[in-house]
Design a protein around this ligand. Structure first.
Ligand code: PGA
Length: 249
């Protein structure tokens, strides 16, 4: 049986409370009556978690954070812990997004520590990986991504506490996507690498992310070993995000 499809929205550093509340209400309304079996999760900026959590209460729409510190509490100005996210109503957190790897110099080791923190707090870690354009051009995409997976996954990772999101850096926010064959090749390679690291690797959800939109969601979600999508820009518009969720069947 293939794992349950997951459509996750990464709101990044966007929206204020009023807009976030309206978006959350529209998505929650959709999920109340959705016939698709796919799960939907939104990851708003931290100051919006309370507002969004209030709108999602009692609906099947899930909530996630965008990052967490490796420690549970302490002198880390500006950071949030996985326990705080859990306390705010989150069930998920993305770690190792390429924007954090680039903007905050996050290494595989740090991403692994953050994923461990997520597991400790009872959150599902959405561990993000992806090659740069130069790495793809040099024919190194599969090596880079499989080595990020090996370096970023805690030993205790299971299909129940971990999701992997493959997001080619050059496809994020650019409107460009890899070919369907390239996505299929990468997802097969990720599945194979996970087989060396985990006993239940077949059940791990592998998301594709990078310029997913209503017009390409169908074909991307139909690729073998693609078990969902991590969506940035198109997750900020209720209509688009709902269309992507519907494409998940
Ligand atoms: P995008 O972002 O859908 O805007 O390309 C995806 C992501 O960074 O998660």
């Amino acid at each position: 049986m293939s794992p349950r499809t997951l459509i996750a929205g990464n709101w990044k550093m966007n929206l204020l409370r009023g807009e976030a509340g309206l978006l959350a209400v529209a998505l929650a309304d959709h999920m109340r009556s959705a016939t698709s079996g796919a799960e939907m999760v939104v990851c708003p900026p931290t100051p919006l978690l309370d507002t969004v959590a209030a709108k999602l209460a009692g609906t099947p729409l899930g909530l996630g954070g965008q990052d967490c510190h490796a420690e549970s509490a302490g002198a880390h100005t500006g950071d949030v812990s996985a326990e705080m996210l859990r306390d705010a109503g989150c069930g998920f957190v993305t770690v190792g997004h390429s924007e954090r790897r680039a903007d905050h110099d996050e290494s595989d080791g740090l991403v692994r520590a953050k994923a461990e923190a997520a597991h400790r707090a009872g959150l599902i870690a959405i561990v993000c990986v992806g090659e740069t354009e130069a790495e793809r051009d040099a024919g190194r995409a599969v090596d880079v991504v499989t080595s990020q997976i090996a370096g970023s996954l805690p030993e205790a990772s299971t299909a129940a506490n971990t999701v992997i999101a493959y997001e080619p850096v050059w496809a994020i926010g650019t409107g460009r996507t890899p070919t369907l064959d390239d996505i299929a090749e990468m997802h097969a390679a990720m599945r194979a690498r996970l087989g060396d690291l985990m006993t239940d690797s077949d059940a791990v959800r592998l998301l594709y992310g990078g310029s997913v939109k209503p017009s390409n969601a169908d074909e991307i979600l139909a690729i073998a070993n693609v078990n969902g999508a991590l969506v940035g820009g198109a997750s900020l518009k209720a209509e688009d995000f709902i269309a992507i969720h519907r494409a998940a069947g």
